[in-house]
Design a protein around this ligand. Structure first.
Ligand SMILES: C[S@@+](CC[C@H](N)C(=O)[O-])C[C@H]1O[C@@H](n2cnc3c(N)ncnc32)[C@H](O)[C@@H]1O
Length: 236
């Protein structure tokens, strides 16, 4: 399919609100390149995916939001996790598609290569992390609601999930919705992923973009309730 045919009008997805995880609009998660992600990520890319000022803004957000000393899961990780250099964490696990990229990441003390579009389950114990971060990669997930439900499972009560997004993408591997939607719509959809997964408090969005002329930075931040007891139900 050509890129023009791939780009549906924005209105198809912008105003649509699915009532359940089974009701996403048709074609939302399709990609120009439907071949296995393992093929696309076979060679390491030891590059920065956002400008230096945007990385600094993300690191500052992590400094403010991630509990010091806790356990961190860096999902869709590579050779750089953007965590504050001075911060010490009990555990930093990284999950991504390329073993060499993960090996080059000095912040990780656990590394898992796994394609979440094939199997969205996370190979970690229940309630084993204080924070889960996902930097500039949410547009590559084709089963995000299942992944978010897993994130909720592995987070401890009171834990935080931060999704950081900007405006760049590997176009052939990003879901169709990301080609069509404006940033504000994308943020709303990420909030919807949290809602449909269930178990999170309402997710907030934060614009942490540095000065103009650099890559923007938008965060969507969801927390698991601190109180133990019955988790919040997924919306039906
Ligand atoms: C744009 S890079 C971002 C890497 C890193 N988070 C950063 O901030 O530089 C996208 C990352 O998403 C990961 N990724 C893409 N598709 C994936 C999938 N199906 N399952 C797990 N990880 C995936 C890749 O390993 C790749 O490193």
């Amino acid at each position: 399919m050509g890129r023009d045919a791939f780009r549906l009008p924005r209105a198809v997805y912008a105003g649509y609100v699915p009532k359940s995880a089974d009701e996403f609009p048709e074609g939302f998660f399709e990609r120009l390149d439907p071949s296995p992600d393992a093929d696309f990520y076979v060679n390491p890319r030891l590059v920065a995916h956002i400008d230096e000022a945007t990385i600094d803004a993300l690191t500052q957000a992590y400094r403010e939001l991630l509990p010091a000393g806790g356990s961190v899961l860096d999902l869709m990780s590579s050779w750089i996790s953007h965590l504050p250099e001075e911060a010490r964490y009990e555990r930093v696990a990284g999950l991504g598609m390329n073993a060499l990229e993960l090996d080059e990441n000095p912040r990780l003390n656990e590394r898992v290569v796994k394609d979440l579009n094939v199997d969205p389950s996370l190979p970690f114990e229940d309630e084993s992390f204080d924070s889960v971060v996902n930097a500039v990669s949410i547009q590559y997930l084709t089963r995000p609601v299942e992944v978010f439900a897993e994130i909720c499972r592995v987070l401890r009560p009171g834990g935080i999930h931060i999704v950081a997004t900007s405006h760049r993408m590997f176009p052939t591997k990003a879901i169709r919705a990301w080609h069509v939607l404006q940033p504000q719509d994308r943020i709303r959809w990420i909030q919807r992923y949290f809602e449909l997964a269930g178990g999170f408090l309402p997710a907030e969005s934060l614009d942490r973009s540095p000065a103009s002329g650099t890559d923007p930075l938008w965060l969507v931040v969801g927390r698991k309730p601190a109180e133990s007891g019955a988790p919040l139900a997924a919306e039906k």
